[in-house]
Write a protein that binds this ligand. Structure first.
Ligand code: NAI
Ligand code: MG
Length: 494
């Protein structure tokens, strides 16, 4: 026995080993009591307001404007004026400079934004700090690079901006979705009216201060806040030339119906029910990490989450055992604590939806596993959950739960894995875990999903296009592909 082993014998790790709290300081964020709409480079006093809260504590954070159709109209007019009186004539390399500035300011203020994002949305600071903020800045850097190279991106097609883009985003990655929308729109020479989701408006409102610092001309980016009624007003507004929407399939469908025949361009990034497929030759411990990252990242509020786990029958038992053991080590709690793995559910409404679908899963006959876990008393929380004995027909295998809930199914052959993976109305993403390169390629060719990860999951890069098939929507964001929806071409195609 070595000295080290002897020391360990004398001081065993306590049974109730816990991490000491490591909260991120909150005072880097200064909130105003009340926010208006950011229109034409100025703050417009809102006619109606509501209160935004922290989902981890239910504590009120600020009063937020609920934009009326008239206020939306005003914002669209500001965007139209900015487009016609200057922005469309700004040289492409000048446009790039603004985007580079925005990217750099986001990097400089990343801690402030990360804290705010976790405070208002409930996601762990570890994720807002290491994922949302770096990726948001990277997106602006990436599209800054394209701004003066559109002729090369689309040779012989004479790309031109469309005009005013109306952009409606969800609450799961508030600042990152803002970056995905605004960066390509401005790089292509458009102006913007953007609406953040009603539960997470604060990072978009702080972003207005970044725009001021970057000296972006007034009216190029306008931010209006409010719920679905405000979103619907943006969709309806005459002066809007293009709508970009990320959110539920239900609302996406309504928007498509509304826009049919209007000539307005549309891209929809909607839900998903991705298969994460583990073959028996996969590196199991890595795969288990990938399963965890696939479904518990951001509380499972991820459109491309690996929410349907397909495990090859021969390795079902070790995978489930390892998974359960790993699940018990996830720390659920204060989003601002640097040790937290799983934060708060974004809203009461979303918690109700998760609870409802989990109850349905139990009724349908699936077996539920939840590790022992003490949840905070206030706020909205859900224990990381695994369902086994899931049949393909169960609602928990078909519908997007958008929470930390995994449904496990099994398969025997690659053909069966493929058939089950594609048996969904969605088609956004998929994961494949195997040592065999040939099998990865075989699966990737046949999976009906816009994004396929091999031996990894939930990896994002601004240069890689993202988007779906079927009920997951259409259009791509990211990469050169992400510019197309913000351009019109002299050859008349797209
Ligand atoms: P939602 O689709 O209602 O909200 C997304 C955005 O659309 C928000 O900004 C909202 O204010 C806006 N909106 C709502 N109704 C609108 C309308 N009629 N016209 C224009 N804009 C409208 O999503 P919700 O209700 O927050 O979540 C419901 C479910 O949708 C979730 O449980 C999840 O399954 C899915 N979802 C998927 C997302 C994704 O990233 N694909 C993001 C958010 C939700
Ligand atoms: Mg809704």
């Amino acid at each position: 026995m070595t000295d080290l082993e002897r020391t360990h014998e004398r001081t065993p790790v306590p049974e109730d080993w816990t991490y000491a709290p490591a909260p991120e300081a909150r005072d880097i964020v200064t909130l105003r009591r009340r926010y208006g709409h950011y229109v034409g480079g100025e703050w417009l006093e809102p006619t109606e307001t509501y209160t935004t809260i922290s989902p981890a504590s239910e504590e009120p954070l600020a009063e937020i404007g609920q934009a009326t159709p008239a206020e939306v109209e005003h914002a669209v007019q500001a965007a139209r004026d900015a487009f016609e009186n200057g922005w469309s004539d700004v040289s492409p390399s000048e446009r790039a400079k603004y985007l580079f500035r925005i990217a750099r300011i986001l990097q400089e203020r990343s801690r402030e934004f990360a804290v705010l994002e976790s405070l208002n949305g409930g996601k762990p600071i570890k994720e807002s700090r290491d994922v949302d903020l770096p990726l948001s800045a990277a997106h602006f850097f990436y599209y800054a690079g394209w701004a003066d190279k559109l002729e090369y991106a689309f040779p012989n097609r004479r790309p031109r901006p469309i005009g005013v883009a109306g952009q409606i985003i969800p609450w799961n990655f508030p600042l990152l979705m803002l970056a995905w929308k605004i960066a390509p729109a401005l790089a292509a020479g458009n102006t913007v009216v953007l609406k953040p989701a009603e539960t997470t408006p604060l990072s978009a409102l702080l972003f207005c201060d970044v725009l001021r610092q970057a000296e972006l001309p007034p009216g190029v980016v306008n931010i209006v806040t409010g719920d679905g009624r405000t979103g619907a007003a943006i969709v309806k507004a005459d002066g809007v030339d293009k709508i970009a929407f990320t959110g539920s399939t239900e609302v996406g469908r309504a928007i498509q119906r509304e826009l049919a025949g209007t000539g307005k361009k549309l891209t929809l990034e909607l839900g998903g029910k991705a298969a994460n497929i583990i073959f028996d030759d996969a590196a199991l411990d890595q795969a288990v990490e990938g399963i965890i990252n696939g479904i518990y990242f951001n509380q499972g509020h991820v459109c491309c989450a690996g929410s349907r786990l397909l495990v090859q029958e021969s390795i079902y038992e070790p995978v489930v055992e390892k998974l359960k053991r790993r699940l018990a080590t996830l720390r659920v709690g204060d989003p601002l604590d640097k040790n937290t793995d799983v934060g708060a559910i974004n809203s009461k409404q979303q918690l109700d939806k998760i609870e409802e679908l989990v109850a349905v899963g139990k009724d349908e006959g699936a077996e539920i596993y939840q590790p022992p876990c003490r949840l905070p008393e206030k706020g909205y929380w859900f224990v990381p959950t695994v369902f086994t004995n899931v049949a393909q027909s169960y609602r928990i295998a078909q519908e997007e739960i958008f929470g930390p809930v995994l449904s496990i199914l099994t398969f025997r052959t690659p053909d069966e894995a493929l058939e089950k993976a594609n048996n969904t109305p969605y088609g956004l993403s998929a994961g494949v875990w195997t040592e065999k390169g040939s099998r990865i390629l075989w699966m990737a060719e046949r999976l009906r999903a816009g994004v396929i990860w091999a031996n990894t999951y939930n990896r994002f890069d601004p240069s890689s296009p993202f988007g779906g098939y079927k009920e997951s929507g259409f259009g791509r964001e990211g990469g050169r592909h992400g510019l197309g929806p913000y351009l019109q071409f002299e050859d008349g195609n797209g």
